[in-house]
Design a protein around this ligand. Sequence first.
Ligand SMILES: [Fe+2]
Ligand SMILES: [Fe+2]
Length: 197
Amino acid sequence: MKLIDSKTYLNLAKTFAGECMARTRYEFIEYGARQQGYTALAEVIDKVVYNEFNHARMCYTYLQSASDKTIANVDISSGYPFKEKWDLTENLRLAAEDERIEAEEVYPEYMKTAEKEGFQDIAGLFRNLIGIETCHKMLFTDLYEQMKSGALYKKDKPIKWKCGGCGYEWTEKEAFEVCPVCGAKQGVVLLHLNDGV
Ligand SMILES: [Fe+2]
Ligand SMILES: [Fe+2]
């Protein structure tokens, strides 16, 4: 079977669309975080945005490999989430939920289809995306829980904090309001995450 005649071709186009939308939704989160002074949080989100860009790029590259001619249009019919409003904490929860759906429902099905149609390399891409989106789900869940409980910059025990502005380090239960060295506000203090990206 040729890729251009396959279901996998359409699944790649759907994945491209979904990844482009995911990266835009995460830009919404990043925008909201920066507006509220959460610079370090915005920088963490920015890394996920770049991950999703690369997922879109890899799907696009496979789509291009299907034809030497210009692909004028790929007609896909698919639903995509439009849940986010403008609440930063709630958007982190929704992002975790959307990552779970990708990792547990959508991409496993696309992987199986690619395997069945004989596109083992594309099945491998979906397998890897499942692993990556699972990590994204865990990251967004962690950020959501920390934001919701007020633990982003306040811990039960003293912990080492590092200023993202000047690199000054100190150990306290709570991150500074204003860095004593460079004057940066609390939102630039680097986060403590369960799992890094
Ligand atoms: Fe992705
Ligand atoms: Fe993701």
